[in-house]
Design a protein around this ligand. Sequence first.
Ligand SMILES: Cc1ncc(COP(=O)(O)O)c(C=O)c1O
Length: 378
Amino acid sequence: MRATQAVVHLENLRHNIRALKRLAGPDIRMCLAVKADAYGHGSVRVARAAAEEGVAAFGVATVEEGIELRRAGFEQPILLYSLTVPEEAGEVVEHGLQPFVADRESVERLNDEAERRGAEVRVHLKIDTGMGRVGCSPEEAADLGEHAASCGRLRLEGVCTHFAVADEQTDRGMVEYTSRQIELLRGCLEQMRGRGVDPRLVHAANSGALLGRPEAHFDMTRPGIMAYGYYPSNGQERTVELKPVMELRTQVVFLKTVPAGIGLSYGLTYETTRRTRIATLPVGYADGYRRSLSNRATVSICGKRYPVVGRVCMDQCMVDLGPDAPVRLYDTAVLFGPGDGDPDAEEIAGLTGSIPYEVTCLVGRRVPRVYTDEPAGR
Ligand SMILES: Cc1ncc(COP(=O)(O)O)c(C=O)c1O
């Protein structure tokens, strides 16, 4: 087993999901985003634990991600959050995935494909109420919803939207923007219902709205990042205790003592100012520990922080321990995780102008995910 591992603390995931379920109350379903391999945590193991906590459905971005869950035996609804191309329609139908639809052409294509296979497809009409990414316009929604509901092989399972700034609760303009998005969705639903079209589920709430906008919970919430232990941004009051789920750790594989005036790593961007010990860690940007963390991040070894010095390389990086640190060969170094006093993914993100989502998603495929039920952290 490689020294560098992403330890996934499933008990922390369960804790976070329970907290999110309490926010929405017992009657509202939860569809957990497990796209991008569950934000880097491993979708099958995450989905298994989530299902045990009562998560009713899963959100993926690609057909392959959906098929992976089906092959692992999941029979729950799997919603396909991103739009697909025509060539994927067959697999969507074959594996019983529930695609978001936003135009007539894809509605008809899915209906034809289902007809050919003698199957039924459950679709979710995606309305763009202000995210500006995908979705039909609110003006088109009733027509498209009516059309989808009238297609013999389709079932209009859901009507949904996605928020652009639901996690920005401290800025009045942003709060009003989300309110407008909610109102637009409600208006579309009213029009549809006026025409006798009644979707089974209405859903909109990502983590930000699950936390701050109870009126947007509708029938089902769609959180992601908060289940993995992080807030979507700094724009909301942190009223729920979350526990980071992923811990990226490695071990010291080389130690040396060097005099003052020694340059380290590519570009010699760090020069020692005193006699000191340098530890080498077998983790680098190919593992998702980004080069922009060079001379910025700290790692935690035996509960103490030490600076990452010199450039982070593809597979290795260095840490300045100072002259007298009690660090030994093969000691564990935590790059980020839930432990008290350890850096977390939010801190790492802050150092590189990024967000925790990206930090966990980018942990490389070659880093083994190791699952534990041991609770960890604060
Ligand atoms: C359509 C959709 N719904 C829900 C989510 C979950 O968002 P978050 O991780 O911010 O809770 C995402 C994530 O990007 C998404 O694309």
